[in-house]
Every structure is written in structure tokens, then in C-alpha cells.
Ligand binder design. Sequence first.
Ligand SMILES: Nc1nc(=O)c2ncn([C@@H]3O[C@@H]4COP(=O)(O)O[C@H]5[C@@H](O)[C@H](n6cnc7c(N)ncnc76)O[C@@H]5COP(=O)(O)O[C@@H]3[C@@H]4O)c2[nH]1
Lengths: 180, 180
Amino acid sequence: NVAHGLAWSFYIGYLKKVLPRLENLIEAYHAEKDNSILRYKDTWKVHILIPLDCHIPDEISKEDANIHFFDNLPDTQLNVAGVMKRSYKHSVYEIFDESKRPHFCIVEYATPLVSLYEMSRDSQAAFSSQDRLEQTKLFYRTLKDILEDSKECRNLYRLVLLNDNKRGEDPHYLSKEIIK
Amino acid sequence: NVAHGLAWSFYIGYLKKVLPRLENLIEAYHAEKDNSILRYKDTWKVHILIPLDCHIPDEISKEDANIHFFDNLPDTQLNVAGVMKRSYKHSVYEIFDESKRPHFCIVEYATPLVSLYEMSRDSQAAFSSQDRLEQTKLFYRTLKDILEDSKECRNLYRLVLLNDNKRGEDPHYLSKEIIK
Ligand SMILES: Nc1nc(=O)c2ncn([C@@H]3O[C@@H]4COP(=O)(O)O[C@H]5[C@@H](O)[C@H](n6cnc7c(N)ncnc76)O[C@@H]5COP(=O)(O)O[C@@H]3[C@@H]4O)c2[nH]1
């Protein structure tokens, strides 16, 4: 099953490597910039967006006027499978709530869903739109189970399932979902 | 099928993005370092190592004394799925042949195989060693077909299938395979 493999690869090749480093990265960021924008420990996690329609823009700020890119956390550089000093980084966003108060959050989309989307558009992949929706749900369930069982990643992530219909109705659906 | 999804994700999320930029990166590298180590256009490709046993070290130079890390090509930075200025890079290796002549090659392992390997070791993934070998071969065949059909990636890659038995017999098996 495609989604089963993509969820495992997302965990093994990425989340298991980067999430355990998150607290150190945030502390290094605060020290380097002499600020404390990620003030509360309940924001010390990566919000991983999982849109059911696999609609994944490259820039989150284009999706909702209340979301602005703020800064990147420091890079992590690791030697991986022959690539020396491969770089991993997270982006911090400033997100305004309905009272215009700013919240700082580490957010990104679940990258493997981009591949699911593109596969459903390339006839060579033999992968339909129905397959894609079913596989996206399987991706979410599998990833949720893997992460719940992962000691290394506990409390360092939040999976945010996004419903495409609501996105159409409310221009601030995404910002509200992230800062819930 | 796990390998089908990983091959597509490797193409969509990586090779399709980075290979078309390779020639520009090499020219920029030569200009920046005032050298021309990748002198012949037939070396202007990424050698992608596909070990049938999914044995993937993080540092290629540890596998064969004739292979030395030389330098990284310049970074490519792209906004991807909410990560701003995500960095992609390739490593150049200096590889000595049996006459001790140096050859410069861009080499890396097919990283998705690391996930296949780890999945076969984690009981939660329900993925055996037989599954892994079968899926590795499927990964190779699927990737080969995708790349042969890809206009964007033509002549910019070389898939190097590695046989684990030969690795045991000849300490310079890897360097010989790469510079063939
Ligand atoms: N948000 C995010 N930031 C990252 O730095 C990152 N790195 C990986 N991933 C996602 O985790 C999973 C496991 O990664 P792996 O490296 O095994 O496979 C990767 C890897 O084989 C290759 N690839 C991607 N980026 C690079 C890179 N910079 N250098 C070498 N190979 C790369 O192409 C595959 C698919 O990449 P993505 O489609 O971006 O999603 C990956 C994947 O779903 C990331 N996701």
C-alpha cells in the first residue's frame, strides 16, 4: 500500500531524525536572535498539516491572510546516505487570531502528500483520484499510529487534518485550525 | 505497493526538481571554485546507488578506501510545502581507479531504501526481509521506468544496482562500479 510506505518513510527518514532535536533548535534560535517568540512549551512542536484533498501550496502564507512567514529555525546538518551535510529546517509562522493577537507556530505540510497528488495526475503511476483520497486517509491513520508509539517523538508534533470543504467556506479556516 | 510509492516520491519530490538544475549547479561550482573537476559532460549526472540488500551507510567513503568525499555542489533553495528555502545539495567524490587515477563523480544512495530497510526491522510495519528484497527490486524497476520516460531528467542520472555478494569479495567493488 502506497500510503503505508509513505507514512513509514516520513517517520523514519524525517520525523524520527528532526523532532528529537526540536527543543535544542528552539533554544538555539532564541539565543541567536535574543528573543523568545516560542515562549510557551506547548508551542514547542511541529504542526503537520494533512489536507484530505492533498492540496499543498509551497507557501502557507498564500492560503490565509492571517498567516505570515516569520523566520526559519537553525538548520540541522546530517550526513545522510552519501549526501554530506544534508540540511533539514523548519519554518516559524506568525498567525493572527480573530482578535488580531499574534501566535508563533512551527508549521509545514506533510510532504509525502505532494507525491500522492502528483501520482494521481500522472497516468504512468496508475493511481486514481479515489485511490488518492483513500490513501490520504490511510497515510493519516498510519502516521498517527506510528507517532503515538514513538518515544522519541512524544509531544513534539501535532497532526492537523484539514477538510477541503471548510477551506472553501472560510478564508481563515487554516489559521484557526493551526492555533486551536 | 510500498516500493511503487517510494519510487514515485523519490522522482516527484526530488529527482524531478534537482536533476534539471544539475548543469547550472556544475557550471556555478566551477566558476565559484575556479576549477573544472567535472570536466567531461558524461560525468554531469548523479550516480544513484541502489544496493539490493538496502545496506546504506551515511558516508560513502567508509565503504571503499578508493572513494573520498571531495566537496558539495552549491545548494538549491526552494520553498516546498511550507518549508521556506528548503535546501537540496549533491556531494562530489574523488574516486581512484586501479591505476590510482582520480575520477570526480556526483554520487549518492537512493535514500528511500533506508526506509525499506528500517521497516523490515520494525515489527509495527509488518514488513519482512523477503518483502524488502522484493520491494527493492520493484523500486529499481519502477524508478528506471519513470526516469526513462522523463524528458526533464534525460542523461542527468545513472542508476547503479549493487550486488551485496560482490561487496563482500572485493573491497573496491563500489569504486569500480561507480566509475565503469
Ligand atoms: N518537510 C520536509 N523537510 C525535509 O527536509 C525532508 N526530508 C525528507 N522529507 C520527507 O520525509 C520522507 C523521507 O525522506 P527521504 O529522505 O527518505 O526520501 C526523500 C529522499 O530520498 C529524496 N530527497 C528529498 N530531499 C532530498 C535532499 N535534500 N537530499 C537528498 N535526497 C532528498 O526524495 C525523497 C522524498 O522527499 P520528500 O518528498 O521531500 O519527502 C520526504 C519523504 O516523504 C522531508 N520533509
